[in-house]
Every structure is written in structure tokens, then in C-alpha cells.
Design a protein around this ligand. Structure first.
Ligand SMILES: CC(=O)N[C@H]1[C@@H](OP(=O)(O)OP(=O)(O)OC[C@H]2O[C@@H](n3ccc(=O)[nH]c3=O)[C@H](O)[C@@H]2O)O[C@H](CO)[C@H](O)[C@@H]1O
Ligand SMILES: [Mn+2]
Length: 334
């Protein structure tokens, strides 16, 4: 009897030890996967020379939806292998452009934005950040890694934050027309009042990419703050709409984003002619655009969280998040 108990205890102990060992190895693998993108050596391994976990079409995350009804992936942590993805895009020798606007007092957010982008945004890739500002002399000096560069473009200041935010579409349109003739590359347009906290990399690349808004992804579409007046070109009727997307982060191929920016700009200006401004300026127009032109990749709210919002259980990592700000203090108007 004693012998039997002992062997049972022994079996249990071994199982526990093996379990512990497995967790340890798995954890180290995850940690390694997190740090590997920093190391350039690993980029040199072509996908066919890598050893990685066998993909499965049976097992994966079950707590979230990872594909839209029009079959665009929804990017959540745990649905992709960052090292594998980086190696696939690395050989394509792409450049990722990012636009960020820092007009008026919003210049105060730029340092943190740029410093954290160095740590997390497309590390190991060619990155070109365009800063649009009316305070060129206040742009902070941030050391950038080889292959990464920053260009400052002057823009006029404005007395209305709504105009600053909405005019971004026009400036993105002209930037692509004038400066970025290679239409095979990618661009992301990001809010400056935010910081990177985790990897934002090649998993986010797609022809047209939108981010689901952290404040509305659990809500029925009737609650989305779409523009509801039929007079506006951003109008969304009840029963329409897929997700509520953020104005603070979107991207894709240059030609796709060019078409988006051009359309949103012209619809915004047509509204102005009619004396109407959409509920959330260019964000409303962006939402209408994404309803008609479905994004080919949807990024989960990991890609634009808000610092004041506690993390929900399905959010395993926050990659980019809006900082808490005092609107009255930093905006030129209310
Ligand atoms: C996280 C997110 O999805 N944010 C969107 C949201 O509000 P937000 O409250 O995030 O808007 P916001 O005040 O951050 O303005 C948007 C962006 O415009 C720029 N800016 C604004 C004011 C100013 O005085 N100077 C300046 O540079 C700056 O880059 C800022 O990040 O709704 C806005 C609608 O208009 C935009 O669509 C924002 O992208
Ligand atoms: Mn913002």
C-alpha cells in the first residue's frame, strides 16, 4: 500500500515538475520572442530556416474573434509569430512611414512619442517619421537607430483643435503625393498624445489598416458615435457600420492611405461648404470610409488603448496608448 502511495506521490511530483519545466521553457520562449526583434542576427534567418511552433487551424485564441466577416485578420496578441512575420517582411526591404502632428501645445507629447517609437515601433526596419508642427524649433532631439530618420514639416497653427485634427487628412494626402512616390511602401498616421508600450511591428501591415476604438469595441453599433445627420458626408444610418475605428491610428499601403486621405479631406470640405462639421471631424469621415472600403486588416484595441482605462482581460498587451491629458490646458479652444 505504502509503496503504491509513494509511487503515486512520485508520479504526481514528476508531473508537477514537468509542468513547471514546461511553463518555464514556454515563458522563456515568449520572453525570447519579445526580445528577438531587437537583434538583427535573427532577421537574417529566412522563414524556411527557422524553427517555430507548428501552426494549427484547430487551436488558438478562443476568447476573441480573429477574423472579420469579410475575412480580414483581427490582430490580437497570441495570434501571430513576431519573429516569423519580421523575417517575411524583412526580405521585402520595406520602409514604414509614420506621420505625427504636434501643433501648438501638443508639442509637449512629441518627446515621449518619439522615444517610445524607437523602442517599439518597427524595430529593425527602415522607418521614416514625419513630424508636422508649427514649432519646429521645439522638436526634441531624439537619438534614432540606423535606418530610422525624422523629417520636420512646418504647418500653420490654428485657433481650433477640430481644424488641426481634421486638416491632417489634407496634409497626409499632399505628403504622399509630393514625397512618397514609391507606392509599394506602408504608412501609419498616429496621434501624438500617445506612447508606445509594446511591440507594434510587421504584424500590423496590410493594404488598408484600421484600429478598433478601445471605448466602443464591446458596444452594439447603435451606440457608436458615428455622424448621424444625413446632411453630412460622414453619415451612417442606424444598422450600418462594422466597428467604431479610431481617428488616432490608421494606415496601410501608400496608395490606399492616399485614397483614404483624399476622400476624407474632400468629404470634410464638402461638409464645411454646407456649414456642417461631423461629430468627430475626420474620425467620422474615416469611419464612413472604412464602412464602404473594408479594411484588409483590423488591429485590436491593443494598438490604441487609453491610459485612463483599466485593461480588459482579452487585452494581453497594450502596444500604444493615449496619455491622460488636460484638454482645457492644451487645446487652443474648447
Ligand atoms: C485616440 C483617437 O482615436 N483620437 C481621436 C479623437 O480624439 P482625441 O481627443 O484623441 O484628439 P486629440 O486632441 O488628440 O487631437 C488629435 C491629434 O491632432 C493633433 N493636434 C490636435 C490639437 C492641437 O491643438 N494640436 C495638435 O497637434 C495631435 O496630433 C493630436 O494627437 O477624435 C479626434 C477627432 O477630431 C481625432 O480623430 C483623434 O485622432
Ligand atoms: Mn489624441
Amino acid at each position: 500500500m505504502m509503496h503504491l502511495i509513494n509511487s503515486k506521490v512520485l508520479a504526481l511530483l514528476s508531473a508537477l515538475m514537468l509542468g513547471g519545466l514546461f511553463c518555464y521553457i514556454f515563458q522563456s520562449y515568449r520572453l525570447a520572442a519579445d526580445v528577438i526583434p531587437e537583434s538583427h542576427e535573427f532577421y537574417l534567418l529566412a522563414p524556411e530556416h527557422q524553427q517555430y511552433e507548428q501552426p494549427s487551424i484547430l487551436h488558438g485564441r478562443t476568447d476573441v474573434v480573429t477574423v472579420t466577416p469579410w475575412l480580414a485578420p483581427v490582430v490580437w496578441e497570441g495570434t501571430f509569430n513576431p519573429v516569423l512575420l519580421d523575417s517575411i517582411y524583412k526580405v521585402k526591404n520595406i520602409t514604414v512611414t509614420a506621420t505625427v502632428f504636434a501643433v501648438g501645445k501638443y508639442i509637449m507629447f512629441l518627446k515621449n512619442f518619439l522615444e517610445t517609437a524607437e523602442q517599439h515601433f518597427f524595430v529593425g526596419f527602415k522607418v521614416h517619421i514625419y513630424v508636422f508642427t508649427d514649432r519646429s524649433n521645439e522638436v526634441p532631439q531624439v537619438r534614432m537607430a540606423t535606418g530610422r530618420q525624422l523629417t520636420v514639416r512646418s504647418v500653420p497653427s490654428s485657433k481650433r483643435w477640430q481644424e488641426i485634427s481634421a486638416r491632417r487628412m489634407e496634409l497626409i494626402q499632399t505628403l504622399i503625393e509630393e514625397q512618397l512616390p514609391n507606392h509599394n511602401d506602408y504608412i501609419f498616421c498616429l496621434d501624438v498624445d500617445s506612447k508606445f508600450h509594446g511591440r507594434w511591428g510587421s504584424e500590423s501591415l496590410g493594404a488598408l489598416v484600421a484600429v478598433t476604438h478601445p471605448g466602443y469595441y464591446r458596444d452594439p453599433r447603435s451606440r457608436f458615435p458615428y455622424e448621424r445627420r444625413p446632411a453630412s458626408k460622414a453619415y451612417m444610418a442606424s444598422g450600418e457600420g462594422d466597428f467604431y475605428y479610431c481617428g488616432g491610428a490608421f494606415g496601410g499601403l501608400l496608395q490606399e492611405v492616399h485614397h483614404l486621405a483624399k476622400t476624407c479631406r474632400s468629404n470634410f470640405e464638402a461638409d464645411t461648404q454646407e456649414g456642417i462639421e461631423a461629430a468627430w471631424q475626420e474620425e467620422s469621415h474615416l469611419n464612413r470610409y472604412m464602412w464602404i472600403n473594408k479594411p484588409s486588416k483590423v488591429l485590436s484595441p491593443e494598438y490604441l488603448w487609453q491610459d485612463f482605462k483599466p485593461k480588459n482581460p482579452e487585452v494581453h498587451i497594450i502596444r500604444f496608448s493615449g496619455v491622460v491629458k488636460n484638454y482645457a490646458e492644451i487645446r487652443p479652444n474648447t
